[in-house]
Write a protein that binds this ligand. Structure first.
Ligand SMILES: Cc1cc2nc3c(=O)[nH]c(=O)nc-3n(C[C@H](O)[C@H](O)[C@H](O)COP(=O)(O)OP(=O)(O)OC[C@H]3O[C@@H](n4cnc5c(N)ncnc54)[C@H](O)[C@@H]3O)c2cc1C
Ligand code: FES
Length: 361
């Protein structure tokens, strides 16, 4: 086999055999996982679902997991993370809301046959191992991982007791609204409460009154939440207070989340550098130098300077952006803490310059 490969290499130089195969099969690559887009469905004015068939090396996703997706814009590959909205056991799909350059390109320009660059699925925001009654709290594009869980669980286990409270601005903005209504019609143990902030105002998590009205046994359920930062912070505070007061029994707490509320965040607050000075950042291998302020992530500083920066979640969870620090100190933008030892691997997406910094990249 190895001899055959070597022979093939000689015959195809300077292209590697993988590159030749990729000409015929766009999802074939021994070096970079890829997927070919099979279908694009417009969900709302701002969002679309992109179904794709992954090539060799993809691991089947668990309901609720996410993957890094690479998209080429003007010849530069950008990586972003997207929850996989398709049920487990099927080809994956992502449902993207247009909020910026990469998401905008995905929603507006993706067509069947396009190739996406992929990294394997990951994440712990997944269904509990043992059957439990569930409460799902979602807002806006935060419905995506929960939709995968619902599509996986509800049709296969019609006895599963699931309540979904989903918040969107208007009915037209509510992603998957019709499919959710159909599932709720078909499976009586699955209940959906659509909350429209345009008519009803924000869901009030300052007390348990609203939750109790919609889902009286909310405190006995394993809860999952995904949505904008404020929505998740409020839910987290409500659960923490309920746990403290004994409204949620500790036996209800999920094994890996003492608050009994599992949270998936798409964005995180990076305010730890506000008011601090930055410094001159040197990207050694790329031979670039740029003056940076104290609250801009080094990932953005590098990208703006044209450096090819590795990245993924852009919020400190996936470690795809780890880059060796050669000299200087950086500030963790989540906590404000300053650190830095020569040779230390730093997460450029959540670190800013705290004085002059030399990075190996
Ligand atoms: C684990 C994980 C799962 C994710 N799953 C999804 C998903 O299923 N669907 C999806 O559309 N996005 C998802 N995201 C967000 C996605 O990775 C990108 O951040 C988003 O598409 C914006 O990228 P951009 O380059 O278009 O805009 P950028 O220029 O990078 O960002 C523009 C601004 O939008 C904010 N933002 C990011 N995501 C959202 C959002 N969903 N709604 C409102 N504002 C946002 C960013 O904080 C930033 O301030 C997920 C992120 C993570 C970390
Ligand atoms: S890009 Fe995920 S941790 Fe930095």
């Amino acid at each position: 086999m190895i001899r055959l490969r070597r022979l093939a290499s000689v015959l195809t130089t300077p292209l590697a055999p993988e590159d030749i195969l990729a000409l015929f099969n766009p999802v074939f690559s021994a070096r970079q996982l890829r997927g070919v887009v099979t279908r694009v469905v417009q969900e709302t004015a701002q969002s679309a679902t992109i179904y794709f068939h992954p090539g060799r090396g993809w691991q089947a996703h668990l309901a609720g997991q996410w993957a890094r997706i690479g998209v080429e814009l003007d010849g530069v590959r950008h990586w972003r993370s997207y929850s996989l909205s398709a049920p487990a056991g099927t080809d994956p799909a992502i449902t993207v809301t247009d909020v910026g350059a990469v998401s905008g390109a995905l929603v507006r320009t993706t067509r069947p046959g396009d190739v996406l660059f992929l990294a394997p699925p990951q994440g712990n925001f997944i269904l509990p191992e043992h059957p439990r009654s569930l409460l799902m709290l979602t807002a806006g594009s935060g419905i995506t991982p929960v939709m995968s869980m619902i599509r996986t669980l509800v049709p296969r286990r019609p006895d599963a007791d699931v309540v979904l409270i989903h918040s969107a601005r208007t009915p037209q903005d509510s992603i998957f609204r019709e499919e959710l209504a159909e599932l709720a019609d078909q499976f009586p143990n699955f209940r959906v409460n659509q909350w429209f902030t345009g008519e009803q105002g924000r869901l009030d998590f300052s007390s348990t009154v609203e939750l109790e009205r919609i889902c009286p046994d909310w405190a006995e359920r394993a809860a999952y939440a995904c949505g904008p930062e404020g929505f998740l912070d409020d839910a987290e505070a409500l659960w923490a207070a309920a746990l403290e007061s004994g409204a949620i029994g500790s036996d209800v707490a999920l094994r890996d989340d003492p608050g009994s509320l599992m949270i998936e965040r798409f964005t995180t607050s990076l305010a730890g550098g506000a008011g601090h000075d930055g410094g001159l950042v040197t990207f050694e291998s790329s031979d670039r130098e740029v003056e940076a302020d104290g609250d801009t992530p080094l990932l953005d500083v590098g990208e703006d300077a044209g450096v090819l920066m590795p990245s993924g979640c852009r919020m400190g969870i996936c470690h795809s952006c780890l880059t060796p620090l050669l000299a200087g100190h950086v500030r963790d933008l989540r906590t404000g803490e300053v650190h830095g030892e020569p040779g230390q691997l730093i997460q450029t997406c959540v670190s800013a310059a705290a004085g002059p910094v030399n990075l190996e990249i």
